[in-house]
Design a protein around this ligand. Structure first.
Ligand SMILES: *Cc1c(COP(=O)(O)O)cnc(C)c1O
Length: 394
């Protein structure tokens, strides 16, 4: 008997289990809110769908297994997962947060948690000294997001975990950009892993979902209580869509990452492009840490053109990527951070963080790589011909 555990690639397909009653290979969608009880002395495993549903439980067990945790939780969105996890905090507590955190998380921390007396400090998480200096006697959580959005900056996860443990704080990590196939933060000592499953995990731009996983019994008990109390659970139909998306995560991520690497190399070779940000490039600041702590660089990259006008030409010319917010889908998605995800940030703050008017983010999908590169090349050539015209006009 072979007792070796299966790789994630295998378990992601087979952990769904086969329905004991019917033999159905696809997880049944239990469209029920309540469950008949045999008697009032002893309840069955389910009573009401907010507290537990077999379809949702299948999903929660799979994400827990993939992340190497003991319990998973499915929520109505990534923000619902993140916000519910913040309810582990109490009035008077303090959180240290990466300054490049997702916009919705930034809003939750600065405009909602503050109403409940929870304080925060934003730090540059690439600098462990800054993290150490921000920790106060009431710091309860250090919140990471790596790679960060949109510049793909890398945080040394084990470095932060070490500081947190020394100061008796918990660590949360938003693993949306990596997925558990590329990065398993719980194995590096993180307490709670969070996902916008809307992105790579579901993968088809058709379902909004969030997940949380922990490897700690006490946190698992508290999150079970909070998930049921706050009630932002994922509906069963969406659980099924996410289970379906997960089955192909491995091939989607592999293909998109390989494409992303080729595109990043191509962009690096072009003089219309000032800078390329992708953890798979040796030139990337966090490359070495990324190689140490993750299985790959992922499928999101960003690059800097010279000006807003260059961006305008480029976007008007490229035909394949959809021009939109979001990421992690079968279709490539091109977004313009300074007018999309970071539009509410004052220009000065944005530029301080490197989010200039020339910066574009590309989430690479499953289109043919050559097609994508040719399309991008057309966009860049258009910039060139226009800037040459400017020169002639002068
Ligand atoms: C999209 C996103 C979120 C928020 O998730 P929703 O599913 O949109 O609520 C959180 N973190 C990151 C890194 C994201 O990309």
């Amino acid at each position: 008997m072979n007792n070796r555990p299966f790789s994630s690639q295998t378990s992601i397909i087979h952990s769904h289990g086969i329905d004991g009653k019917t033999g159905a290979v696809s997880t049944p969608v239990h469209h029920t809110t309540t469950f008949h009880q045999q008697d009032f002395d002893k309840y069955g495993p389910y009573d009401y769908t907010r507290s537990g549903n077999p379809t949702r439980q299948t999903l929660e067990e799979i994400i827990a297994e993939l992340e190497g945790g003991i319990k998973g939780f499915a929520f109505a969105s990534g923000m619902a997962a993140i916000s519910t996890s913040f309810l582990l905090l109490s009035s008077g507590d303090h959180v240290v947060v990466s300054e490049e955190v997702y916009g919705g998380t930034y809003r939750m921390i600065t405009e909602v948690l503050t109403k409940f007396g929870i304080e925060y400090s934003f730090v540059n998480m690439q600098d462990l000294n800054e993290v150490a200096c921000a920790i106060k006697s009431n710091t309860k959580v250090i919140y990471m997001e790596t790679p960060s959005n949109p510049l793909l900056n890398i945080t040394d996860i084990e470095g932060v975990v070490k500081l947190a443990k020394a100061n008796h704080c918990l660590t949360f990590l938003d693993n949306t950009f990596m997925t558990p196939l590329l990065q398993r933060p719980l194995c590096l000592g993180v307490d709670v892993v969070l996902h916008s499953a809307t992105k790579f995990l579901a993968g088809h731009s058709d379902v909004l979902a969030g997940l949380a996983v922990t490897g700690n019994e006490e946190i698992a008990r508290k999150l079970t209580f909070l998930q049921n109390s706050f009630g932002a659970v994922l509906g069963v139909q969406d659980c099924w869509l996410l289970l379906r998306g997960l089955k192909t995560l491995h091939v989607r991520l592999k293909e998109s990452s390989e494409s992303a690497y080729k595109i990043a190399r191509f962009l690096e070779s072009r003089n219309e492009v000032e800078e390329v940000f992708y953890p798979g490039l040796r030139s990337h600041l966090g490359h070495e840490i990324q190689v140490r702590q993750a299985e790959g660089p992922g499928a999101v990259l960003s690059f800097r053109l010279r000006s807003e006008e260059d961006v305008r030409q480029f976007i008007k010319t490229v035909k394949i990527p959809v021009f939109a917010v979001s990421l992690g889908a079968v279709e490539s998605i091109l977004s313009y951070p300074c007018r999309m995800s970071h539009s509410s940030m004052p220009k000065k703050e944005r530029e301080k963080r490197g989010i200039t008017d020339g910066l574009l983010r590309l989430s690479v999908g499953l289109e043919n790589t050559e097609d994508l590169i040719n399309d991008i090349e057309q966009g860049l050539l258009k910039i060139k011909s226009n800037s040459q015209k400017d020169v002639i006009n002068l």
